[in-house]
Design a binder for this molecule. Structure first.
Ligand code: NAD
Length: 492
């Protein structure tokens, strides 16, 4: 299970190799199906691992730790870069696999693979900069140091909406710091994870440094990982509800946790904004991945005087979206991941209408194979409605009007979430003061996306703990150790 042993024909395209042979060498245990959400087609069957496999993966990671941590940063960086290069060489195949199991349009999938790989290159460099401090001493006989060391074995639990990038964003800083990692991918999307591990093995990743545990039912595997004394860190991306559960489970062994959780992003448009920029950005912030991203715009707050114009422009753009199989040219809106996700969106929209929202377009499941929801716009949405409080995770725009900057800020901050926020204005003072007033970990001003390997990604409030990417991302996987040396004496 550590790095998958395969008896595949060399030369076959990577996606086909993974689909025809997804099982670790010698696997005789149960399996579970992976489906294509765009067609409902059965893609393949993947190993349904249990607690024994999870424990074995932790053991392998524990055994590999000392030698991996003992390598120089330059050696670890070289292996990370070999992995990065193999990923980019196989970008198209990884994207195809990702679209097959998750549904997002192929161009978005290719963008995700490249985005994820950028974290590997970034942290390969950061590995060499895990500096410590020499601290001015408080006693002439003492020398004082602070060194940064790998935290140990890391468990990484990842979601289905970015099956490739979320793995790379966690694994890269962990390996760079000298940690070893056990990954548990989402049950809907294990194939991208299998492919990434396959490429890691081919890139020379030593045995045990990176392991994968695929399973249909995550709770018991997560329990092994959170309870295990050898696992010193949990890095989780997923829903706030599961994040809270796992944080509680980690309390008994006082594990360090990083939690990248759900969001409820406001998208604020002031009357002085460039409306075309706002609408272009809205299309990205709302309809990328069919609205299934943690940073998706969830609540559109538009200054009353420009609400009619903004709505008209947005509806015109939405009419041009083309729902379909992500592998087909021209598709701009992929499916919802599964029936449960579709039912949740439909319930939120129906309830919003019962609570007084006005349906401007959409509001139905698209009748075709797979799990598709029509791009939807609801007007007259109020903060009291369920849809304003929930993370919609679908292609649904909710429109509300505001009159003043203070009201916009109050409405935007009226949520327990705090991941991303978007705001559009051309007023210079507001451009500076608004991000300071918004209670979110990331604020995009006059653009429709956040997220770069060079920028800190993460949330405040119930959207999470910790940051991924940027120069601080590696700190999540390092401990600071103080070293005091007595009896040294003064140099002169
Ligand atoms: P999820 O919480 O259902 O699942 C995430 C992971 O947790 C999966 O691997 C799943 O198998 C596992 N899991 C589910 N139930 C579990 C349980 N009881 N015990 C242990 N593990 C369990 O979330 P999802 O539906 O896969 O992903 C969507 C969520 O992820 C959204 O809320 C989204 O906002 C969030 N997300 C956050 C970020 C971020 O960076 N903040 C990025 C992507 C997604």
């Amino acid at each position: 299970m550590t790095v998958l042993a395969r008896s595949t024909e060399a030369g076959d395209a990577l996606a086909d190799r993974i689909i025809t042979c997804p099982l670790p060498g010698g696997w005789r245990g149960p399996t579970f199906p992976v489906l294509n959400p765009a067609t409902g087609a059965h893609l393949t069957d993947v190993a349904d691992m249990g607690p024994d496999e999870a424990k074995a993966a932790v053991k392998a990671a524990s055994q590999a730790l000392a030698s991996w941590a003992g390598r120089t940063a330059k050696e670890r960086a070289a292996i990370l870069m070999a992995w990065h290069d193999r990923i980019l060489q196989n970008k198209d195949e990884l994207a195809r696999l990702l679209t097959l199991e998750m549904g997002k349009p192929l161009a978005e999938a290719a963008g995700e693979v490249a985005h994820g790989a950028s974290y590997i290159a970034w942290f390969a460099e950061e590995a060499k900069r895990l500096y410590g401090d020499v601290i001015p001493t408080n006693d002439p006989n003492r020398r004082m140091l602070a060194i940064r060391q790998p935290i140990g074995v890391v468990a990484a639990i990842t979601p289905w909406n970015f099956p490739s990038a979320m793995i790379m964003r966690k694994v890269a800083p962990a390996l760079a710091a000298g940690c070893t990692v056990v990954i548990k991918p989402a049950e809907d999307t294990p194939l991208s994870a299998i492919a990434l591990l396959q490429l890691a093995g081919e890139a020379g990743m030593p045995e045990g440094v990176l392991s994968l545990v695929t399973c249909r039912k995550p709770a018991e595997i997560a329990r092994v990982l959170t309870d295990h004394r050898d696992v010193r860190k949990l890095s989780f991306t997923g829903s706030t509800a599961v994040g809270k559960l796992l944080m509680r489970q980690c309390a008994d062994t006082v594990k360090k946790v990083s939690l990248e959780l759900g969001g409820n992003a406001p998208f604020i448009v002031f009357a002085d904004a460039d409306l075309d920029t706002a609408v272009n950005s809205a299309m990205l912030a709302k309809f990328r991945n069919a609205g299934q991203t943690c940073i998706s715009a969830n609540r559109f707050l538009v200054e009353a005087s420009v609400l009619p114009a903004f709505t008209e422009k947005l509806l015109a753009r939405i009419a041009g979206l083309k729902a379909g199989d992500g592998l087909e040219a021209g598709t701009s809106l992929g499916p919802i991941i599964n029936e449960a996700g579709l039912a949740k969106i439909d319930r939120l929209v129906t309830t919003a209408m019962e609570q007084g929202a006005t349906l401007l377009t959409g509001g139905y499941r698209i009748e075709r194979p797979g799990t598709f929801y029509a791009p939807t716009v609801l007007a007259d949405v109020t903060p009291a409605m369920d849809i304003s409080k929930a993370e919609i995770f679908g292609p649904v725009v909710t429109l509300s009007a505001f009159e003043t900057e203070a009201e916009a800020i109050r409405l935007a901050n009226d949520t327990d979430y705090g991941l991303a926020a978007y705001a559009f204005t051309r007023e210079m003072g507001r451009l500076w003061r608004l991000p300071e007033a918004l209670e979110f970990g990331m604020v995009a001003m006059n653009e429709g996306t956040v997220g770069s390997e060079a920028a800190p990604f993460g949330g405040v409030k119930e959207s999470g703990i910790g940051r991924e990417g940027s120069r601080v991302g590696i700190d999540e996987y390092a401990e600071i150790k103080y070293v005091g040396m007595g009896g040294i004496g003064a140099a002169r």
